[in-house]
Design a protein around this ligand. Sequence first.
Ligand code: GLA
Length: 410
Amino acid sequence: MKKLIFSLFLCVSASAVNAQVYFGEKKEIADSVFLSLAPTPPMGWNSWNKFGCDVSEQLIREMADAMVANGMKDAGYEYVVIDDCWQVGRDDEGYIIVDPVRFPNGMKNLADYVHSKGLKLGVYSCAGSETCQGRPGSRGYQFQDARTYAQWGVDYLKYDWCSNEGQNAEAAYKTMSDALKQCGRPIVFSICEWGENEPWKWAQGIGHLWRVTPDIRDCYECVFDWGGVGVLEIIDKMADLYPYAGPGHWNDAEMLEVGNGGMSHDEYVTHFSMWSMLAAPLMTGNDLRDMTQETLDILTNKEVIAVNQDKLGKQAIRFMDMGDHEIWAKPLADGEIAICFLNRADTPWKLNYEWTRQTMYFAHDINLRKHIYDVRDLWQHKNLGTTESNLVSEIPPHGVLMVRLSPKKK
Ligand code: GLA
């Protein structure tokens, strides 16, 4: 009898140890998979800026179709994200209920469809009890929701901060992060607490991207009473945050407004160029089924996207600030550098820039005297000579000149 009890004890304690090791390893694997999910800034489309609450299965399918048909998928766009308003309640067991009228075939079916196009599906929820549109939030249901998303085949979660009821932001986002790490499916975690609690200081390892401002508005320079901001305000907020960005963890400059009609062509070029310089996620926010060639050309400029997606993962610094005229620099892999001349003024910038006058800038270890560089204009798609001669150009009001410098081959 004694022998039996002893072997039973051995058996139970051995399996407890095994279980611990198993779960321990599993957790480590889950953590390292999670951390590797966004080696470059995520690219995709989100429903909010253009469609607000008017989301449906039909809309999402059409956006996925358009993303493939118009070349955006080839250019690198991957995530199709349903923002607020897809959820209508919880059932008796606490499971989130998808709007049965707008999504008659449910989320799993929609995820399968998006995946069949070679794309990934994102959804939205909130760390508070309610989303910003008063739909059920995830507070108190984080682990259950994460498992549900995994069962559906969700690949990306944007997680908002309305109705947060005074929670500690870091703790609230960590809870959902833990839930995602344990849900059995790799899911990119997009933190959306509007920069209120300086997430760049604590969110690395918790999420892959974090918003740094209130909501973007479709304007070049504007601030609204309720907090909405335009392109320039966001750029200025991003300027000091470059030390916090890198592979797997990005400052989120907000979703794009390119193509939504509130800005001029030059302003949209500036918006897209600067988001690329800032290594910001490129989440388009227009109607992909119906856009001008001009808009599509901005969104699919592969030379500009290559700067955004550069594997070094550095965020640009404001290299020179001369009031309305600024020069930004983003170090790229293999010793290349992207430079963006930003004209904030209402008048053209008659540029005559002597490259070799540029001294070393220590923050990003940029030294334009180190090599002679070939200079390539990323919007004109043409070579502009080398850094041995001055760069002469006229930059339109609110416009940019964005170039790539490559060490000249001897
Ligand atoms: C907040 C977010 C927006 C959007 C809306 C949806 O305002 O910041 O990006 O998700 O909620 O209600």
